[in-house]
Design a protein around this ligand. Structure first.
Ligand SMILES: C[S@+](CC[C@H](N)C(=O)[O-])C[C@H]1O[C@@H](n2cnc3c(N)ncnc32)[C@H](O)[C@@H]1O
Length: 382
């Protein structure tokens, strides 16, 4: 069968898949050093492990059964474990877990088991912070349990965790609405004042040097040329990990962070996922190339100085590969001083060939959040 024939089968054209992910972060402390040191051991390749990284694989497998997804591959370095999942990614640090799942997975339902695992195996009995976010679904009616509706998800989280706050960010009657639930611990030391220019509490050494950033780029309406690159073409070789590595090269994804350890996967008949590790940071890329619901996401916690052009550079590199018709960017960053905050906001100002439709800044207790949405300019091509 020729590649074009494969690509244009009615099955490939009519398949639908809910690409937009549910993203959950549970932190038991701000840093690996902030959690109780219960024990550490050495795994086969002698890298030291502590906290959540001591949990055995079969325990995670059983937790992921609740979510309705499974592990495809695992890579690790000295700092974290990166699980590539049938529906996206999981990253395990000693002090936090990041679980991102798409399709009709039931992510929130796994929280009670996750908290139990942390307590049972790591003596992590107290949650420091939880973040849950997602973009609006394309097919909300296909979702299960609390995921059918944002209010249901909020109700579920509020029953499980204290001190939560829920936000609907962006145009709620458009297709790019973004939802966020986050909490703050009741006994988190208060910053000295609520002014946005205030430095974090100088007496609070736990938070003083605490730096964290998460950048997400959520893209829809990818160009047809792009979509084709994320289909499995049997004449090119195998799918799976081998196919993933081929896609990394031919799309340029390999060059976003050339020095990173990359674990990628090409699905049949289409679809792609990748986890990347760079020292104590990660990134992940997921692609749903079905023509009628195309979607790609990029997420990273690799530090980017807020100075001139840097977050913008990451955005430009990523959208050059996917050529989306529309995309939203979220940047969650530990609170900035006034000057850096201006740079942060400016970093999602203008993107070539796109018009910015939204830009919103939230100032939370420890974090700033910037959300922006862009749409490709129409060309006069007939
Ligand atoms: C898991 S991947 C990436 C999901 C990610 N959330 C995204 O950005 O779309 C989803 C893509 O892989 C395809 N796919 C093929 N086999 C799959 C499988 N067994 N499980 C999940 N997705 C599969 C889906 O149709 C979809 O195009």
């Amino acid at each position: 069968m020729s590649e074009n024939l494969f690509f244009s089968t009615s099955e490939a054209l009519t398949r639908v898949f809910e690409g937009p992910e549910k993203l959950l972060e549970i932190w038991f402390g701000p840093t690996p050093e902030s959690i109780p040191e219960i024990s550490s051991k050495f795994d086969n390749d002698l890298s030291p492990r502590s906290g959540l990284r001591l949990v055995e694989r079969d325990v995670w497998d059983e937790m992921l059964d609740i979510v309705k997804c499974h592990v495809l591959n695992v890579v690790h370095n000295d700092y974290l474990d990166a699980y590539l999942l049938s529906e996206s990614s999981m990253f395990i640090y000693p002090h936090k877990i990041i679980l991102k799942t798409c399709g009709t997975t039931t992510l929130l339902i796994a929280i009670p088991r996750l908290l139990e695992i942390a307590s049972e195996y790591c003596q992590l009995n107290k949650v420091w912070r939880v973040f849950y976010s997602r973009k609006s679904f394309v097919f909300p009616e296909a979702q299960l349990g609390p995921h059918k509706d944002w209010n249901e998800e909020v109700k579920y989280l509020d029953q499980l965790l204290e001190n939560g706050a829920a936000y609907t960010v962006g145009k709620s009657n458009g297709d790019h609405c973004w939802f966020l639930w986050l909490n703050s611990p009741k006994d988190d030391p208060e910053p000295p004042c609520q002014e946005s220019t205030c430095p974090l509490d100088e007496t609070n050494s736990l938070l003083n040097d605490f730096q964290d950033i998460t950048i997400e780029i959520l893209m829809t309406e990818l160009s047809s040329e792009t979509l084709n690159k994320f289909y499995y073409h049997p004449s090119e070789g195998n799918s799976g990990t081998e196919g993933g590595a081929r896609v990394d090269q031919k799309t340029g994804l390999r060059n976003i962070y050339p020095e990173a350890q990359l674990d990628s996967y090409l699905y049949e008949p289409c679809g792609y996922s990748a986890n990347g590790l760079l020292k104590d940071n990660y990134f992940n890329i997921h692609v749903t190339p079905e023509h009628n619901c195309s979607y790609a996401s990029f997420e990273t916690n690799i530090p980017v100085p807020v100075g001139h052009g840097t977050i913008t550079d990451v955005i430009n590199k990523v959208i050059a590969i996917f050529e989306p018709g529309k995309f939203s960017v979220t940047v969650f960053k530990t609170r900035e001083d006034k000057e850096n905050k201006i740079s942060l906001v400016a970093s999602v100002d203008a993107i070539n060939e796109y018009s910015r439709k939204d830009r919103i800044l939230y100032e939370f207790e420890v974090y700033d959040l910037i959300f922006a949405h862009f749409e490709k300019n129409k060309t006069n091509k007939q």
